[in-house]
Design a protein around this ligand. Structure first.
Ligand code: ATP
Ligand code: MG
Length: 176
């Protein structure tokens, strides 16, 4: 039986979540089931929230985060972010082990790890004990040695140019 892949998209360039959504779009074409759990993100609008309604029941999106941390309009206590990240990891484990999904995307989990919202050994244990055949995609800026070791595919998104540097704001359908 196919053992399933652990895929990691990390780095400072744009395209990590987009790449994960690209795989989801591709997989839906084969009637596969995808679940995406968003760590960190939580209180903003994203196109994929609406796409998930259109791609039912193939693509399920769960917003588990409490928004960006320590910046902009973050009015949450760090403990609230920790609690929601821990709950998201618990949910991820449940989804991965449910055998209802071909692919489970843990969006921004690498960032949650960097901020120490979740324990690395807990994530690694979820990845080590995943059922064969289930693919898992991890995204977020950071890459730890353990995530690198356990992943089958690792791609770094490296910023070469980003319109943000010219003061061009995030765009609907491109950035969110
Ligand atoms: P996307 O969701 O667009 O694939 P991403 O997942 O690679 O981006 P995140 O760290 O999740 O990157 O950031 C999400 C938002 O930040 C997006 O609107 C994206 O365009 C923007 N962004 C990503 N990389 C950069 C960068 N190097 N400079 C400025 N903004 C960035
Ligand atoms: Mg992202």
């Amino acid at each position: 039986m196919d053992r399933g892949l652990i895929i990691t998209y990390y780095g400072n360039g744009k395209g990590k979540t987009t790449a994960a959504l690209g795989i989801a779009l591709r997989a839906v074409g084969y009637d596969q089931k995808i679940c995406m759990i968003q760590f960190i993100k939580g209180e903003w609008d994203y196109g994929e929230i609406y796409s998930s309604n259109r791609l039912k029941p193939h693509f399920e999106l769960i917003i588990a985060g409490k928004g960006f941390i320590g910046i902009l309009d973050d009015d949450h206590d760090i403990q609230e972010h920790i609690d929601s990240a821990k709950a998201a990891l618990g949910l991820a484990k449940e989804k991965i082990n449910s055998l209802r999904y071909d692919t489970v995307i843990l969006d921004e989990i690498n960032y949650a790890l960097k901020l120490k919202l979740i324990e690395e050994h807990e994530l690694i244990s979820v990845l080590q004990s995943k059922p064969p055949g289930v693919n898992i995609i991890l995204t977020g800026n950071h890459l730890t040695d353990q995530v690198l070791n356990i992943s089958d595919l690792v791609t770094e998104m490296r910023e070469v140019k980003h319109p943000y540097k010219k003061g061009i704001r995030a765009r609907k359908g491109i950035d969110f």
